[in-house]
Design a protein around this ligand. Structure first.
Ligand code: GN1
Ligand code: MG
Length: 380
């Protein structure tokens, strides 16, 4: 990340920053490239009182989020609710949240057609950092605890207040149907490059509907969930690596607690990144899973139902398979959804995530045993 003081990008960042309630002079800007969807800049200003403050400027990707105003309404409600709750409790149980800065014109966002669309501005959470891949079990515990605490913090919001920003986001069988449509269309003649991957996914089809069916039948409760619990969406204290704040709130909407836990298993139990090409490095590691599950259950065991707990391990396999399906679909469709750095990037990601799903699958009995052990420890 280079700090840009001048040049076209710096000028652009300064121009966008100028639309928000930011005091002072622009010092420099930088692009943060660890998300696949939105364009994100960090901008640094010297305020009139001499303080140097940093802000996050972000363009909401309107190919992915068809109704950015709806996303912003959700984000406003969630951040205000968490702020209210944390202030009342006077404690900081991984409960810091983002603050939106008003834009010119009276909203918390602004449409700038000449800058590509809808922009918003958040505070930069100072003294924290993120990891794109997990490095040690403490980070896995903290991620589990942070997203578990997040679920607790939003648990008393009215689910009807939060609308679906992307319908059927974690509807795995629908994601699979979409994949088959892309295979049938095969606009770019790419299906021939992924026959093994398709065969594997097809062999798993009966299991892909399990969670949506359990939700439909009422066996699993619908909650407000984060839905994008990648390890790099949790900010950890720079010195202690304790969880400080959960970010990327665009997909907060009604869902299953298991979607959140599943995505954490995907990103907090494997030390290889999701685009690692050497599949021998792609493996779920039990010590990371154990810490992740402990962190998550420390924050959630009071309110999760027995059925939710029973499905935790399975959700890790399901959500990993789901994202493999999504990467493969985007590869076949011509890479319209996820940002890519090279032409085969989405295919590499899909292969990687399938390797991880296989690894998780072989560990399921051990994972389930560990969850039962943790649950017993709360009962003692
Ligand atoms: C996207 O925005 P980012 O990079 O945190 C995606 C997630 C995927 C993830 C895969 C809105 O998340 O669903 O799991 O990439 N977000 C959206 O790395 O589709
Ligand atoms: Mg995201």
């Amino acid at each position: 990340m280079s700090q840009l003081r001048e040049g076209k990008v710096a000028e652009r960042i300064a121009r966008i920053g100028d639309q928000f309630a930011i005091n002072g002079d622009f010092l420099y800007g930088e692009e943060l490239r660890n998300g696949h969807i939105n364009t994100t800049y960090r901008a640094c200003y010297r305020a009139d009182d001499g303080h140097v403050d940093r802000y996050i400027l972000q363009r909401i990707n309107d190919y992915v989020f068809k109704d950015p105003a709806l996303v912003m309404k959700n984000v406003e409600k969630v951040t205000r609710h968490i702020t209210w709750k944390v202030l009342r409790r006077r404690k900081n149980a991984a409960g810091q949240t983002l603050t939106l800065y008003p834009a010119r014109g009276g909203r918390n966002y602004i449409n700038l057609p000449e800058e590509g669309g809808m922009w918003r501005c958040y505070n930069n959470i100072e003294g924290t950092h993120t990891y794109d891949v997990v490095e040690n079990t403490r980070q896995a515990y903290q991620a589990g605890y942070a997203f578990g605490s997040f679920q607790e913090l939003v648990s008393d919001m009215n689910p009807e207040d939060i609308r679906e920003s992307i319908p059927d986001f974690h509807n795995t069988p629908k994601r699979y149907e979409t994949l088959e449509q892309s295979v049938a269309a095969d606009h770019l003649d790419r299906a021939k490059n992924c026959t093994d991957e398709l065969e594997l996914i097809r062999s798993w089809v009966p299991e892909l509907s399990k969670l949506v069916e359990m939700q439909r039948s009422g066996e699993l409760p619908t909650r407000i969930t984060h839905n994008d619990t990648k390890i790099n969406n949790v900010m950890l204290d720079e010195e202690t690596d304790s969880a400080v704040c959960v970010v990327d709130l665009d997909t907060v909407m009604p869902g299953l607690s298991l979607y959140d836990f599943g995505d954490m298993v995907r990103t907090a139990t494997c030390i290889a990144s999701e685009d690692e090409e050497d599949l021998s490095k792609v493996e779920m590691q039990m010590p990371f899973f154990e810490s992740l599950a402990e962190g998550y259950l420390d924050a959630t065991h009071d309110f999760l139902t027995k059925t939710e707990v029973d499905m935790l391990a399975f959700s890790g396999w399901l959500i990993t398979t789901e994202i493999a399906i999504r990467f493969l679909t985007d590869y076949l469709d011509g890479d319209k959804y996820f940002r890519i750095d090279y032409p085969e990037h989405n295919l590499v990601r899909a292969r990687n995530q399938l390797a991880l799903a296989k690894s998780i699958r072989t560990h399921l009995p051990l994972m389930e045993r560990h969850i039962r052990k943790l649950i017993r420890s709360y009962e003692d």
